[in-house]
Design a protein around this ligand. Structure first.
Ligand SMILES: [Zn+2]
Length: 224
């Protein structure tokens, strides 16, 4: 059976992507990276449960110090904007941006994939994030795949990044996730590390809107 490494934050998008890989019959190896994000413990709890729910073959929990303190997202107690209305049309770089994150995390996933002999690396890149972050766009995936052709050992087969949600918006991802029975109720999207989702950070706003626009009951408990 072929193997897929799935880069999983424990959020909606990467969980739906990992479920797609699993439903297509692949052996799924989840990798989660703790890079100092305020919600890292919540994410790890989520990703452990997701691994069980989708029948992952293994879960790699990796850590990275580089980003700690470099972003509001990765600085303990730094103020993460809450209640600031998120508009998909007028984006500017938010204080929660983590520098070149997808390039760094995908490189880690690629190393794990080469070790396993996995043929694919599934990611949850999507059209909404691509509006402000070029490292979610199809061109980025294409170029990263071209890089991988030259990045592995001569006798390894380069893994290929697969981004099944790359053209989809959050509501379409929620609808698809519901159809394929992805464990959406186990996912964690909030930037903060509260007992439940805050409901007001940028990520919670996207999550909420996704369920509302999809017309799917939202299983999430929000603080506000
Ligand atoms: Zn939140």
């Amino acid at each position: 059976m072929s193997k897929a490494v799935c880069l999983c934050s424990g959020g909606l998008d990467s969980t739906v992507a990992a479920t797609i890989a699993r439903r297509s019959g692949m052996d799924v190896y989840l990798i989660h990276v703790s890079y100092g994000q305020q919600a890292e413990l919540r994410e790890i709890e989520a990703v452990r449960r997701i691994a069980g729910a989708i029948g992952a073959s293994d879960l790699m929990l990796s850590t990275l110090d580089l980003f700690r303190g470099l972003s509001a997202l990765t600085t303990p107690c730094a103020r993460i904007p809450q209640g600031v209305e998120v508009s998909l049309d007028s984006y500017s770089t938010p204080p929660t941006w983590v520098y070149c994150r997808n390039t760094v995390l995908l490189s880690m996933a690629a190393a794990y994939a080469e070790y396993l002999g996995a043929e694919s690396i599934y990611v949850g890149f999507n059209a909404e994030e691509a509006m402000s972050y070029p490292d979610n766009r199809p061109e980025f995936v294409e170029r990263f795949n071209a890089l991988l052709e030259r990045a592995v050992a001569s006798f390894s087969r380069p893994p290929k990044v697969v981004a099944p949600l790359v053209d989809m918006r959050k509501n379409e991802i929620v609808r698809l996730g519901t159809e394929i029975k992805a464990p959406l109720e186990l996912t964690w999207s909030c930037y903060l590390d509260g007992e439940i989702h805050c409901g007001t950070c940028e990520s919670c706003q996207h999550r909420r809107r996704g369920f509302v626009e999809a017309g799917v009951p939202d299983p999430t408990e929000y603080l506000h």
